[in-house]
Design a binder for this molecule. Structure first.
Ligand code: HOZ
Length: 427
């Protein structure tokens, strides 16, 4: 019998390329039919066949409080009653900017946009305008949204489909993007020695979440900070995924490093479309209308989206929030590692704050090449077994997973038990 998900997928493909509005959702790398979701509440989502899943995608990061958090929903409802969009400044935007600058000390000024892609694209233009240089550095396997110059050896959907650079990006644009190995101090030093004075900015996912989860060493991150300062290069931390996710001050708080610019998204919108970029005042003052670097958006600072973001940020700022979140992630990671080890399965998990990675590999990878060496075919089988058992992980071996404040100890225990059953069947 054809399921409702299958029917919808067939129908979607007639009018939407691949049946989806963002490629990883199509399940192409894991195979099978994407689940068309119709409802999400707390740690759970329901598909078109009314099947319930414990959700570890969390809308790819934003749902840190769990889905449809009552206070966020109420804030959205109230804001909507006053109008959906004005295209004019509002007091709420100031509150949001003030709160972001207060929570993230590296932000002296911040501008709100509508997505992470817009944030990174604008931050790069700003870094180029500020320095008067063209070249930018990114790292293999890092994904910074889908602006042209950033779709070179990128992660996320591009990695998932084995095509890390996009069609439609002129060679003339891509030639300004220098791509380095993630976590390799030698390559970084070499690059700066050769071209440091031409580099406008280095953009990095300070913990990568778009080639699965990969952490750089602290020494590497300090070296990067030192080199950028030495060569007058703008250091951009792309914390769209990690911001307010791995801890209250993102990765910059964990490593104790101050980037020049930070890009944000996901969590700061509480499930509504909000992105932001901010940092050093002298750089941010180069943006129009103060400076010559142009950036704009009809829906930037949307009153409804900002209302959702504000309420979310206030909730995650409560004492103890990140301790509980990290405890749940640790429970999941430790439980999965123990089960795999006991069953003799080549698998390892890692986690930080409310974010985790699952790898069918001997050890946690430290760069793109190590991620690529993991066993994708086994991941795909694991993914489908867990999905059938009602546990919804990202449909790609190259995406990080997310735990929310709504996941209970019992929820996590049930996921570990399902994984253990699958590991046992592999032995
Ligand atoms: N690029 C996003 C994950 N890293 C996927 C977004 C989506 O499909 O919703």
């Amino acid at each position: 019998m054809t399921s409702r998900n299958e029917e919808l997928f067939v129908r979607a493909q007639r009018t939407i390329p691949g049946g989806v509005n963002s490629p990883v959702r199509a399940f192409r790398s894991v195979g099978g039919t994407p689940r068309f979701l119709k409802k999400a509440l707390g740690a759970r989502v329901w598909d078109a066949d009314n099947k319930e899943y414990l959700d570890y995608v969390g809308s790819w990061g934003p749902a840190i409080l769990g889905h449809a958090d009552p206070l966020v929903v109420e804030a959205v409802r109230e804001a909507a009653l006053d109008g959906l969009s004005f295209g004019a400044p509002t007091e709420r935007e100031i509150e949001m900017a003030e709160l972001l600058c207060q929570l993230l000390p590296s932000l002296e000024m911040v501008r709100l946009v509508s997505s992470g892609t817009e944030a990174t694209m604008s931050a790069i233009r700003l870094a180029r305008g500020f320095t008067g240089r063209d070249a930018i550095v990114k790292f293999e396997g890092c994904y910074h949204g889908h602006a042209d110059s950033l779709l070179v050896k990128a992660g996320s959907g591009l990695l998932t489909f084995g095509n890390p650079s996009s069609g439609g990006v002129p060679e003339d644009f891509a030639k300004h993007t220098l791509v380095l190995d993630y976590n390799s101090p030698e390559k970084l030093e070499e690059c700066f020695k050769a071209r440091g004075h031409e580099i406008a900015c280095v953009i990095i996912e300070p913990i990568a979440g778009n080639m699965n989860l990969v952490r750089p060493s602290a020494e590497y991150m300090h070296l990067l900070r030192r080199l950028c300062t030495e060569y007058g290069t703008v250091l951009i931390y792309d914390e769209v995924m990690t911001g307010f996710r791995v801890g209250p001050q993102g990765v910059q708080g964990l490593y104790g490093i101050t980037p020049d610019l930070t890009t944000l998204g996901k969590v700061i919108g509480g499930g509504m479309p909000v992105g932001a970029f901010g940092g050093r005042r002298d750089i941010m003052e180069k943006i129009a209308p103060l400076g010559t670097v142009y950036q704009a958006g009809t829906l930037s600072g949307s009153p409804v989206a900002v209302a959702a973001g504000l309420v979310s940020l206030r909730q995650i700022s409560r004492p103890g929030f990140y301790d509980t979140l990290a405890a749940r992630t640790t429970q999941l990671v430790d439980g999965l590692n123990a089960a795999a080890q006991a069953r003799g399965v080549r698998f390892v998990a890692d986690g930080v704050g409310g974010m985790f990675g699952l790898y069918f590999a001997d050890q946690v990878p430290a760069n793109y090449a190590e991620v690529m060496a993991s066993d994708r075919e086994t991941f795909n089988r694991f993914f489908h077994a867990m999905l059938d058992a009602g546990h919804y992980f990202a449909p790609s071996a190259f995406e990080a997973g997310f735990v929310s404040a709504a996941h209970t100890e019992a929820d996590i225990a049930s996921t570990i038990a399902a994984a253990d059953a699958w590991f046992a069947a592999q032995a």
